[in-house]
Ligand binder design. Structure first.
Ligand code: AQP
Length: 347
């Protein structure tokens, strides 16, 4: 888990990642992203984290809910261990470099690259012609989020791997088209036992904050009884837990619960299977519920405390936006020089 972060080429190590305020936070977001974000911050690497509201509006968001969800995601970052005095924490739309660089990347990236993205296919469904242009261009804006900070590493869940490959393609094409070695070729950091937490109702579907079924996910705002009830009702199969992880191969729901346990307990799936080999789900599920409540309750409580003072969250996000601007604006100015845009100067 704590391998040294290798910096590609000659760029200074910098971590960037973001989370959409498109709903409440799930256990998937926590294990696949937030928990890792805090670990990286605690390893002393420069960390820049963002609530990506420009991404959220690629599908319809109620304006009042969007404001609330943005603050709730910021609260979840802090409650999960992101310290705004050690990491930069801000809201994407407050730093205009994201949208500006996103546009330049729209002119570097190819439309065909966007149509190949599985997330676009999943979200646009059968009515791609009716989806927003922003949904198609989402990965181009994501490349801008990362490269506006020349981030060298991006911790994400498995579902974002394809988008990160596109970020690398955009950086490489920009460098090639303009004959520069300006942007790093960013490395994804996809590590740990729960890089893809699955729905509690369907082991073939990712746990997602926008899934219509609340039973499919554990929300970071769920209380202890709700968490226990959702785990008790989680879909499983009638077999006991196997002797080895290979025995989980064709058992997606069982594998998911084992992986969740391992990630929450900071251990490996192998050691969870070794501990519970032969156990029935009737005895494993209560243990998992107990562990989930133990790990998530302090986060839920802290989120509620922070949400009681939205003005303080806004102040934290404002400070973060100033710090983010200080890094991104000079990089954007250099991009404009490279592209051949005349910079606005003081007169
Ligand atoms: N189920 C998951 N398992 C592991 N990691 C996950 N992530 C999301 N779901 C899981 C990781 O959380 C980070 C933030 O993701 P996001 O909110 O920006 O977008 P998403 O990946 O599309 O997440 P959702 O919950 O599925 O949101 P909606 O429903 O709005 O699309 C990313 O690092 C992601 O990998």
């Amino acid at each position: 888990m704590s391998e040294p972060v290798q910096t590609p080429q000659t760029f200074q190590s910098r971590i960037f990642s973001g989370i959409q305020p498109s709903g409440g936070m799930t256990l998937g977001n926590y294990l696949g992203a937030l928990k890792r974000f805090a670990e990286l911050q605690n390893r002393g690497i420069e960390t820049v984290y963002c609530v990506v509201d420009l991404h959220a509006i690629t599908v319809w968001q109620d304006p009042e809910k969007l404001r609330n969800q943005t603050r709730e995601i910021a609260a979840a970052f802090i409650a999960s261990g992101i310290d705004p005095t050690r990491s930069i924490l801000f809201n994407q739309s407050q730093v205009s470099a994201h949208a500006e660089l996103g546009w330049i990347f729209n002119c570097v990236a190819r439309i065909g690259w966007m149509y190949r993205m599985t997330q676009f296919k999943d979200k646009a469904g059968k009515h791609a012609e009716n989806s927003s242009l922003g949904l198609l261009a989402y990965p181009s804006l994501m490349a801008a989020d990362i490269l506006a900070y020349k981030a060298t590493h991006v911790p994400v869940g498995e579902d974002q791997k394809q988008h990160l490959e596109l970020t690398r393609d955009i950086a490489a094409k920009f460098n090639h088209d303009y004959g520069v070695n300006f942007f790093p070729i960013t490395e994804p950091l996809i590590e740990g036992a729960a890089t893809r937490v699955m729905s509690l109702r369907d082991g073939s579907k990712k746990m997602s904050k926008s899934d219509p079924s609340d039973q499919s996910r554990i929300n970071l705002t769920d209380d202890a009884d709700t968490i226990a009830a959702k785990i008790r009702k989680a879909k499983t199969d009638p077999e006991p837990l196997p002797e080895t992880v290979e025995g989980l191969k064709d058992r997606p729901e069982a594998r998911n619960l084992v992986n969740i346990y391992a990630a929450l307990a900071d251990t490996t799936s192998e050691s969870v299977v070794a501990e519970f080999a032969g156990a029935q789900f009737g005895s494993f599920k209560p243990k998992l519920a107990e562990l989930a409540v133990e790990k998530l309750s302090p986060i839920t409580t802290e989120m509620a405390r922070l949400m009681a003072d939205p003005a303080e969250i806004d102040r934290i996000l404002n400070r973060g936006a100033d710090q983010a601007d200080a890094i991104a604006q000079p990089i954007l100015a250099q991009v404009k020089d490279i592209v051949g845009m005349i910079r606005r100067r003081e007169v």
